[in-house]
Design a protein around this ligand. Sequence first.
Ligand code: ATP
Ligand code: DP6
Length: 388
Amino acid sequence: METATCTAPVNIAVIKYWGKRDEKLLLPINDSVSVTLSEMYAKTTIAASPNFSKNRLWLNGQEQTFDSPRIINVLRQFQEEVKKSGAQGEKYSWNIHICSENNFPTAAGLASSAAGYACLVYTLATLYGLQDKIELSSIARVGSGSACRSVFGGFVQWEAGIRADGADSVAVQLAPATHWPDLEILILVVSDNKKKTSSTGGMERSVKTSPLIDYRAKQIVPGRVEKISKAIQERDFDTFANITMQDSNQFHAICLDTFPPCVYLNDVSHAIIDVIHRLNEASGKITAAYTFDAGPNACLYLMRQDVPHVLNVIKRAFPSDRDHAPDYIKGIPVADQPIPETVAKKMNLEPIGQNLLKYIIHTRVGEGPQILPPSESLLTNSGLPKNH
Ligand SMILES: Nc1ncnc2c1ncn2[C@@H]1O[C@H](COP(=O)(O)OP(=O)(O)OP(=O)(O)O)[C@@H](O)[C@H]1O
Ligand SMILES: C[C@@](O)(CCOP(=O)(O)OP(=O)(O)O)CC(=O)O
């Protein structure tokens, strides 16, 4: 039996991918830009053995059927690349066991599919020795579009491309994780329930019914991608933050312009947006920027020195019975520090409601996928999940 175990990170887009020009190859109608996060990742072990009678897959401890078209597409695409590379050997014909876990909620709009498919492809590549990251990224894309960005750390652009075969639809790293060390992230988890409308279904409906989506893709996104790439290169937080918030709002406007609409934000999400704007106004500078994927959870980008203050604002606006519980703030530890009273007063900082947030994750810009030692394997020597 041969095995490999890897991790691959979550990425959160600041210019959103929403809408496909090809549903089968998962080719987007516009470029997108994302930040790869540390602390939040999928971990996958793949074992190949001549003794396995069939392919099997476990996700977060539950066995899944192996007939998901996306998994099958990824494996097929992977096999084609292996063939092209000329690699040969018995092990390519063996069945495989895949075991994967996410260390954060799955299918809750926190980019689990991005981390999951990037990890699947990276672990296959480690097992079979395929090196080219651009190729890996294109294979991950056929699992879930946004997964092509999780193959790289730091700041990543997915170029939409124009070719029908998707050969020019690739992700490229704009800057490594070390480029902007003071940029940090707070994820405010409003709900970790599985969402009602998947990103796949939502964006398909948007392309079919939203008259605004084409305008966004053609007239708005190209300029924003250029400006935010420059802002990233120059570590210009103001520009980065403004574009991030505007693009999140425009993506959700497209969702509402979809018919029937896809409603991903809830009252708590809107209250978070309002608090951040009031904070930015009262502090006389852009202190934090919000962005929301296809769910109600907020992702805040902010500078390291502002994290304790912003956390204090969030805890005062959204008090929780679990405020002091050790696992209320997950990820990188952070001290709470009261916001100056002048700012609190100016922004009219009052509690909005009790227990509206489930927990908070504090993280920063992270590296791409990593190979782990055999001791980290999720499978036993007989190829079954360790916690089965
Ligand atoms: N670790 C993993 N390994 C393999 N597949 C995974 C993994 N994690 C998630 N997935 C797949 O991704 C699906 C969830 O994708 P979905 O797009 O619905 O949610 P999300 O990725 O959490 O949210 P979003 O893409 O909107 O941010 C799961 O049902 C599963 O099929
Ligand atoms: C809102 C988004 O998170 C949408 C992500 O969509 P997916 O990559 O999950 O969709 P599929 O390609 O259909 O699998 C924005 C983004 O990550 O760019």
